[in-house]
Design a binder for this molecule. Structure first.
Ligand code: 5MM
Length: 336
């Protein structure tokens, strides 16, 4: 087994998933201000440290994605990557520099960050990162995502993934087709399939070793503003159909983003995907909001109550881990 494949499996196997704690300072500020906590370096670290040192890290979290600010912070004499490693997980880092207006199709986005990436990767490796993340963003409408958006983001994702592997780390490839809009799940299925297929075509052209890549896709859902909503069984069927048809078999695993679903919805859908999983892929989570929302809300009421915050996070992480094994139920969800 090659080293990158080994790291991927260490992150994803045995009901473990990924905690996406890589909010840029702008996004983290929105999250903190939404619960009336001032966004400063101390508070951002304090909330994140509570999660990284919680009990569920050992059995439920195989990897944590960090933001540049966090990977350079310390917990006393320990670096944050050491804290994460001590608690049983692999440290990762978001390396894109954000989604910017796509020239030629100004209503769409292209993710930037390739300039100087090789040097930044070497620095992150030294800081303890062993995997990375880059997110391409796609909107659905009658005309979008355009071919231009699909092709240019796939190209950037492939160049990124190739550089990351050269540096000895596992790239998470995240093409996120947003759930904004009133489109149907069928449209989401068609567009997501096109986006994912194009990404893998580019990864192959760029000679990326697929056995050392983690795919982080959206589930197949109706648009958030669509009047009709398919049920979780249909979400699971369409998501599995899409991934079976679009993802090369060499990929070790798939870790879904939650994309604005509620915590329970994202857990229930993942559970059904695993119950019905007819692929060879590990299917798990790489959730940001769907792992953190409850804990953030609790913490915001008393930011000194780390034990209580960890209790809320542990429950959520345990539920996600059960879902990654297809063993979650509504009854277990209520046992708290
Ligand atoms: C954690 O949020 C990440 C976005 O940060 P920025 O927008 O500040 O760059 C995001 O990429 C996240 O990792 C994924 O979308 C998954 O998060 P959700 O909340 O969709 O599960």
């Amino acid at each position: 087994m090659n080293e990158l494949n080994k790291i991927s499996l260490q992150i994803l196997s045995g009901g473990k998933g990924i905690l996406a704690a890589d909010e840029s300072t702008g996004t983290m500020t929105k999250r903190l201000e939404s619960v009336n906590v001032p966004s400063n370096e101390k508070n951002r670290l304090s909330f994140r440290k509570a999660l990284f040192s919680s009990e569920s890290m050992k059995n439920c979290i195989g990897g944590v994605i960090l933001y540049d600010e966090t990977i350079k912070q310390t917990d006393g004499s320990k670096s944050i990557t050491e804290l994460i490693n001590e608690n049983g997980a692999v440290a990762g880092i978001k390396v894109d520099t954000g989604a910017k207006t796509l020239s030629g199709s100004p209503e769409e986005k292209i993710t930037e960050g390739l300039d100087g990436l090789r040097e930044r990767l070497k620095e992150y490796y030294k800081l303890g990162a062993r995997f990375t993340k880059w997110r391409g963003v796609y909107n659905i409408s009658e005309t979008y995502p355009s071919k231009l958006c699909i092709h240019s983001n796939a190209h950037a994702l492939a160049r990124y993934a190739s550089l990351v592997q050269e540096c000895g780390m596992v790239p998470i490839v995240e093409p996120e087709v947003l759930m904004d809009g009133d489109h149907s799940a069928d449209v989401c299925y068609k567009k997501t399939s096109e986006v994912i297929k194009r990404c893998f075509e580019e990864l192959v052209i760029h000679k990326v070793d697929l056995s050392g890549v983690i795919l982080k896709p959206n589930m197949i859902l109706d648009g958030a503003k669509s009047k009709k909503k398919i049920n979780s069984e249909e979400v699971a069927d369409l998501t599995l159909k899409c991934l079976n048809e679009s993802v090369p078999k060499e990929i070790p695993g798939i870790a879904f983003l939650s994309g604005g679903q509620s915590e329970v919805q994202a857990t229930e859908n993942l559970n059904l995907i695993n119950k019905k999983n007819n692929t060879n892929f590990i299917m798990t989570y790489s959730y940001g909001r769907a792992l953190q929302q409850g804990a953030l809300k609790y913490w915001s009421k008393n930011i000194e109550d780390i034990t209580g915050t960890q209790k809320v996070f542990n429950h959520r992480a345990n539920m996600c881990s059960l879902a990654a094994k297809g063993k979650w139920s509504k009854e277990l969800e209520l046992q708290n």
